[in-house]
Design a protein around this ligand. Sequence first.
Ligand code: UDP
Ligand code: MG
Length: 325
Amino acid sequence: MSTETKQLDVIVPFLNEAESAIDFSRMAVELTEAVKSRFGLSTCFILVDDGSTDNSVELFEKHMQGKWKLLSLSRNFGKETAILAGLDHSDGDYVLLMDADLQHTTEVALEMISRLLANPELDMVYAVRAHREDDRLLTRWFAGLFYKIMNMGQRYEIPENAGDFRVMTRRFAAAMRQLRDRKRFNKGLYAWTGFRQERIEYLPAARRAGKTKYSRRKLLAFSLEGFTSFSVVPLRILSVFGAFVAVLGFLYGIKVILEVMISGVAVPGYPSLMVAVLVMGGLNLALMGLVGEYVWAALSEAKHRPIYILKSISGPAMRKQTAAS
Ligand code: UDP
Ligand code: MG
């Protein structure tokens, strides 16, 4: 690599995107040319196959042009981890993260790069969905609540509606590489670094082909991961609530004892007993499950397994081949 031209690495995690591979490869050429002419940067694509089971790898290998490499993970590790694998194999001066399904457009990418280059104080520009109207009301409501709890009493704020469509400087990428969380919640990690970041709003293009890899069930699991890696608020709410119920129970106990002492009748009260037992039993189970999530998160970190396993690397741009970590 020549020393004068700075390089932009574009990290693209993909899982079964055969239907988008050809269009993406075309878009990659377009982006490379635009980045060269507008900013004088050379571009290298780092495609990360996150355990695809279709022929997307072959299609990318056949149609990608210019400088690119393709890392294959040994199985599906999740998009967040695939991005880390890409970062581990990147040494660009700037790093752009992009989806393979063409929802992240060239125009927005160029706009983000120009913002980042224009302001040396900035270390990241990220794209925020202008609205979530395509989501169902319930999903939106849960998302809002999630961020509210997530950001309670935090020294840094995790912005709402921001995804992984981002461009960052070399030192930001280095910081991300240093964060070796096993259960990765990227939005939290970006915020945690503390670097100056700027947002731009965009309307994601419709997915051109294939379908989303994130079901509602996956989103729920994902938000639990966010909590366990970035927030103690659920546990605090739990403690406060537990204490509150305990006080109520104590007061009610005094009332029962007084009644027995004064009137001597202790038999009635089956309904209230049942309610108390069932409500408390149910709450106990649910809250223990929540505590279990945190324990599980702690256990996953403690096992010190590698975060991902690399199966193979291909492509013309393999300047640097670091071992999987
Ligand atoms: N993806 C991935 N691993 C996964 C799930 C998704 O690499 O386990 C990739 C996917 O192929 C796409 C990007 O992450 O390039 C965003 O996924 P998707 O479009 O399904 O998410 P959405 O845009 O619906 O939020
Ligand atoms: Mg998508």
